[in-house]
Design a protein around this ligand. Structure first.
Ligand SMILES: O=P(O)(O)OC[C@H]1O[C@H](OP(=O)(O)OP(=O)(O)O)[C@H](O)[C@@H]1O
Ligand SMILES: NC(=O)CC[C@H](N)C(=O)O
Ligand SMILES: [Mg+2]
Length: 485
């Protein structure tokens, strides 16, 4: 996942885009970029690292214009360390398009061949986003007849993009001299939400972003989530039109957003992330009660930050004291979304420290939101033991992650997943825990969708069922061989 934002205003947008990216920082830490449009001229600044360290005052000064977009990257395809693969990407024809993308395309092999052989386009990186941009540019080029561009032509181009591209994509693009285009894949796997506000002068401003907290923070009214398969076009003077551009749209949002990725204070597809985490805790407590004699835990402890709501709820439901025994260094970022296993491993130790008094002689029930590679949990169990814990039970608010996630989360190979090919007692042994308890898949689904009309979720990393057709055994093998770990 990455974080994206786009704004059409009547005033300069550079600071607003910057502020929005700061709020989306938890979605990507590898690199970041901002682009603005001033009339028909684009301005762009992108760099490796986090928002606060990437942009200088001189970058901000150069980002002039009343329409803009921004990106924070968590690499899933291409190289995390190469600055030229940071987003946004730009093509000069037709009109000039600049684009950001959250998601991951699963038919990049076919796309790169078609772009070269049929469309005669040169893609200068290994990024799937640059391919997506070139497909959009080709299709838009195919629609235009004269100098003008109308929304019908744009929507027809997005229809073609939806035909050619597979995987997950929430996209925002600026079309020079015309406006802002945003669209979401036919399954709405990755999030995108639309907001509006009036300026002091009574003019309408629009925003699209990955998460609702950005809208709330900027005092925007939440209009709605962009529908799966829907495209939205906002002209430079604030006229908004939208159209369904997919043949068979069906909402199948990514469950991992609710488990880990999104900020708890966001509402995504009408579901409060925080409340879904509380419900995960509720259901996990029932499973724990079934599998563990209650005397086996003196305290419930979260692994800060993401598991706090679920752990709190587990403690309350089981009537066990909630204690915070791990102190988190707030200056270390999220470890799971760091590129490279050695950095992730080192960061867990830097990030968390166990406070002896909370552990000595006690039976501890540790709750984390998810266990993926086991990088965090292995070290946590050891830290608990070193601090004098008696029994250590480890509970996960998500089911075992046994399959790669190919829709925008960097867990491409089965071998690196601690639960892959292991039974639960074997995972416990691997982590050094006395006992392990995982959320059931049906409970996770119910915890997220309860009280909504959402029928399906992307649960592929737990079940191995992929909603887009192209994810075959052969594809997964190819991803394992070629992608980052
Ligand atoms: O099994 P692993 O491969 O270690 O991955 C899972 C862990 O990584 C995440 O924490 P992270 O430190 O990224 O962020 P957080 O502070 O939001 O919990 C997640 O919350 C788990 O704790
Ligand atoms: N996590 C994401 O959304 C990543 C977007 C894109 N696939 C990239 O690697 O840059
Ligand atoms: Mg965590």
């Amino acid at each position: 996942m990455c974080g994206i934002v786009g704004i059409v205003s009547t005033e300069p947008v550079n600071q607003q885009v910057y502020d929005s990216l700061l709020l989306l920082q938890h979605r990507g830490q590898d690199s970041t970029g901002i682009a603005t449009a001033d009339g028909s001229a684009f301005h762009m600044a992108k760099a490796r690292g986090q928002v606060r360290e990437a942009f200088r005052t001189r970058d901000m000064r150069s980002l002039i214009g009343n329409m803009g977009l921004g990106h924070v990257r968590y690499t899933t395809k291409g190289a995390a360390e190469r600055e030229e693969e940071a987003q946004p990407f730009y093509v000069n024809a037709p009109y000039g398009i600049i684009l950001v993308h959250n998601g991951n395309l699963t038919n990049t092999r076919e796309l790169s061949q078609d772009l070269f052989n049929i469309d005669r386009r040169h893609v200068n990186s290994t990024s799937d986003t640059e391919m997506l941009l070139n497909v959009l540019a080709t299709e838009l080029q195919g629609q235009i007849t004269g100098l003008d561009l109308d929304p019908d032509q744009i929507f027809a181009a997005v229809e073609q993009v939806n035909e050619r591209v597979e995987g997950s994509y929430a996209v925002i693009a600026l079309i020079a001299g015309h406006g802002l285009l945003a669209f979401r894949d036919p399954f709405g796997i990755r999030p995108l939400i639309l907001g509006r506000r009036l300026t002091a002068k009574g003019k309408e401003e629009w925003i699209v972003a990955s998460e609702s907290l950005v809208l709330e923070n900027g005092d925007y009214e939440i209009v709605r989530d962009v529908e799966p398969g829907e495209a939205i076009f906002i002209t430079l003077d604030g006229q908004m039109t939208s159209r369904q551009c997919a043949k068979n749209p069906r909402l199948v949002p990514c469950s991992f957003e609710y488990v880990y990725l999104a900020r708890p204070d966001s509402v995504m597809n009408g579901i409060s992330v925080y409340e879904s985490r509380l419900r995960m805790g509720d259901r996990l407590a029932d499973t724990i009660a079934k599998h563990m004699p209650l005397g086996d835990a003196d305290v419930v402890m979260p692994i800060p930050d993401s598991s706090r709501p679920s752990a709190m709820q587990v403690a309350q439901k089981l009537g066990i004291e909630y204690r915070e025994g791990f102190y988190k260094n707030r200056y270390v970022g999220r470890t799971f979304i760091m590129p490279g296993q050695s950095e992730r491993k080192r960061s867990v130790r830097q990030k968390l420290n166990a406070m002896g008094t909370e552990f000595r002689g006690k039976n501890i029930l540790i709750v984390d939101d998810s266990i993926v590679r086991g990088t965090t949990s292995q070290q946590i169990v050891q830290m608990a033991r070193d601090a004098g814990a008696n029994k250590v039970t480890f509970a996960s608010a998500a089911p075992p992650v046994r399959f790669p996630h190919v829709y925008g989360i960097n867990m491409p190979s089965r071998q690196e997943l601690i639960a892959h090919g292991r039974k639960i007692p074997e995972i416990a042994a691997e982590l050094g825990a006395d006992h392990m308890i995982y959320q059931e898949v049906a409970d996770l689904q119910a915890a997220i969708t309860e009280g909504t009309s959402i029928e399906s979720l992307d649960l592929s990393c737990f079940t191995g069922d992929y909603v887009t057709g192209t994810v075959t055994e052969e594809y997964l093998g190819w991803v394992e061989q070629t992608q980052l770990s």
